[in-house]
Design a protein around this ligand. Sequence first.
Ligand code: FAD
Length: 400
Amino acid sequence: MNETPRTAIVGGGPGGLLAAHVLHGHGIAATVYDADTAVDSRDPGGTLDLHADSGQIALEDAGLLSAFHELARVEGQAMTRRDHHGTLLKEFTPADDDTAAPEIDRGQLRTMLYERLAPGTVHWGHKLTDLTTENGVHRLHFANGSTVDADVVVGADGTWSKVRRRLTDAQPEYLGVSFLDARFDDVETRHPEIAALVGNGQLFTADGAGRAVIVQRNSNGVIRGYVAFRAEEDWAAREGVDLTDRTSVREYLLREFRGWGSKVLPLLTDNDGDYVARAFTALPAPLTWERVPGITAIGDAAHAMAPFGGHGANLALLDGAELANALHEEPDVEAALTRYETAMFARTGHLAASANAALRGFFADQPEGGAQDVPDREEELRAYEARAAEYRASRTHAAR
Ligand SMILES: Cc1cc2nc3c(=O)[nH]c(=O)nc-3n(C[C@H](O)[C@H](O)[C@H](O)COP(=O)(O)OP(=O)(O)OC[C@H]3O[C@@H](n4cnc5c(N)ncnc54)[C@H](O)[C@@H]3O)c2cc1C
């Protein structure tokens, strides 16, 4: 790059923080602005598997792959499938040296990315409220009353991105499936049966009639899960459920999940702390936009999709790395943003469309009412490795 653009990244999630790392590695200054008041000011959520063909490539570009492996849980790649009576359908245990997609807690990943940035890179307590442009200079307006001028603005501000509004009118849509976040603490002591059922990785349980429970081992004796069901978006109000009252939620779940076996019901009812109600939302896919000078988006801001396939954070990280590499390697900002967006649109459009369709299909009534197709874990892991090799080969080829 012949210029030294002032680069503002809005959003300090995985995508924004990773982009800042790779930019700094190339000697390009970049500042991150995030609405949160601190790196750990809110519950970061559960665990993520970082794939060899995307998340791990980005971490390598940022010089953070070995830091990731120090924290990551290889054994977390294990997968168990049970039906809603608790009957075992399928089990996968990874080899000790399988690094295709190890798990890391979201909080651990965010802290690792944040703490290794130069002090002062991330400005917490900066919620973007507006983005205006005059004479080619972008002005970021924050809820705290401050403003910042930038030549390049990267929207890494997630599903409900404010930056994206300058690129497209597209808005996230509800996918027809809601879920309750449930958490189990100190599981070996407090919830030994659940600990045994879930094992070291993920337990996937579904009934083929629009209900599923997906539970995952996190670090430090925590298990977190999603109790998911097809519903109207305002299901709690319609059903008279008080989301702040665990008893009220549990009564509803026991009605809604009638017929589920006693082995798996504790996954719905024995959690510690409150349930957190969430909805699966996604942007229309595939989503593209015309180039807007100096502004782009990465991660969920560009392609929020259903979590089936576990692509979201992985793609956010890879977007961040590829955008930063393009800003370093291309002669000017517009060439860099064009290169980044062209590759990102091509990579993410079909993945988002198929993840959204898979979620809708999975929660539709199944003709057999039985086990639905979920991808074979071993096949998935080997595919990440094969695509990682292809990605590296294409990069070497392009560099020649
Ligand atoms: C239930 C569930 C399970 C999932 N499981 C997986 C999985 O297994 N694997 C996987 O890869 N992905 C998974 N995902 C998706 C993954 O969480 C997201 O794709 C990923 O977090 C996107 O990263 P990001 O950096 O683009 O955005 P985010 O992580 O959403 O970060 C956005 C950041 O922007 C900040 N922000 C938002 N608005 C503003 C504003 N106006 N001003 C300033 N800052 C702002 C926020 O505080 C936040 O820090 C899952 C998602 C869900 C809902």
